[in-house]
Design a protein around this ligand. Structure first.
Ligand SMILES: C[S@@+](CC[C@H](N)C(=O)[O-])C[C@H]1O[C@@H](n2cnc3c(N)ncnc32)[C@H](O)[C@@H]1O
Length: 273
């Protein structure tokens, strides 16, 4: 890996480790549970969770009796994950790994899955190549990815306008939520590819302002943007105004009710050719 790549990975790791992602992981955990069910993970299988975070997919997968490795660029999440696994009575391994260069032999796993995780590595073709490489022929490759049109995709589009410039060749994460993009990256390596749009109901925030406040305070990518804006008060006020407008516009709750969102994601389940 070049020195530039190493610096970039360190920066991404530090970004994800900032704030308090485990709080958000809790809110979006049903996406992971859906992904594990959709793969039909079962006892005896070798399973790799890529960009596993605190193990929202890896832990339910391990509960089936499968042999699971939870891998992530950000090992800072593993202590929370280990505690959650112990509480759930699940046994699994935790390993630091970059989704763009997985430290595993070819055809090592029956199931390779990633819930709203590998989509955040900047080079999508490298990720696709690695997911395909480490999956056994006939095995399952599965992802859950925020769509570009959904609430999170729209939020990323807005945040991108205030973020530091992306690294060369980087592609936006929610592209992984577009059917054409996924077919292009995984289609040739899979004998079957199931793509379905689903929504996660989110009622964790009393108001749109609380939703924005949570992401501002706890979500690494938003914190990186706030750091980039720095003390430019006008730009910060504009960012906050536009973010709140989006959170209000996408709130599905009626007047006076607690906020309610539907976060759309693309469920991808492929059979490795
Ligand atoms: C939104 S979180 C999702 C975590 C977990 N899958 C979940 O559902 O809670 C995104 C995760 O991607 C990880 N990540 C980002 N870039 C990565 C990369 N290049 N390789 C591996 N993991 C990466 C982050 O460290 C973070 O844990």
């Amino acid at each position: 890996m070049s020195a530039t790549d190493t610096t970039l990975k360190q920066r991404h790791r530090a970004m994800w480790a900032s704030g308090d992602y485990p709080t958000i992981a809790h809110i979006v955990a049903p996406v992971s549970e859906h992904l594990v069910r959709a793969c039909g993970v079962r006892e005896g299988q070798r399973v790799l969770d890529v960009a596993a975070g605190t193990g929202s997919s890896a832990i339910p997968a391990a509960k089936t009796g499968a042999q699971v490795i939870a891998s992530d660029l950000t090992p800072e999440f593993f202590d929370v994950g280990r505690a959650a696994a112990a509480e759930a009575g699940a046994e699994l391994e935790w390993m630091q790994a970059d989704a763009e260069a997985l430290p595993f032999d070819a055809t090592s796993f029956d199931v390779v899955l990633s819930a709203i995780g590998a989509m955040f590595a900047p080079h999508h073709d490298a990720v696709a190549r690695e997911l395909l490489r480490v999956t056994k022929p006939g095995g399952t490759i599965a992802m859950a990815n925020w769509t570009p049109e959904g609430v999170i995709g729209q939020t990323f589009k807005l945040l991108g306008q205030y973020a530091p410039p992306p690294p060369p060749g980087a592609q936006p994460p929610p592209l992984w939520g577009s059917e054409d993009h996924v077919r292009e990256l995984l289609g040739d390596g899979c004998s079957e590819l199931r793509l379905e749009r689903h929504t996660l109901d989110v009622t964790a925030f009393p108001t749109p302002r609380d939703a924005v406040g949570t992401f501002r305070e706890k979500y690494g990518p938003t914190i990186a943007i706030l750091n980039h804006i720095g003390d430019d008060a006008d730009r910060l006020a504009e960012f906050d105004r536009r973010y709140l407008e989006l959170a209000e516009r996408t709130n599905l709750a009626g007047e006076g009710e607690p906020a309610r969102y539907e976060y759309e994601y693309l469920l991808v389940v492929g059979t490795r050719a």
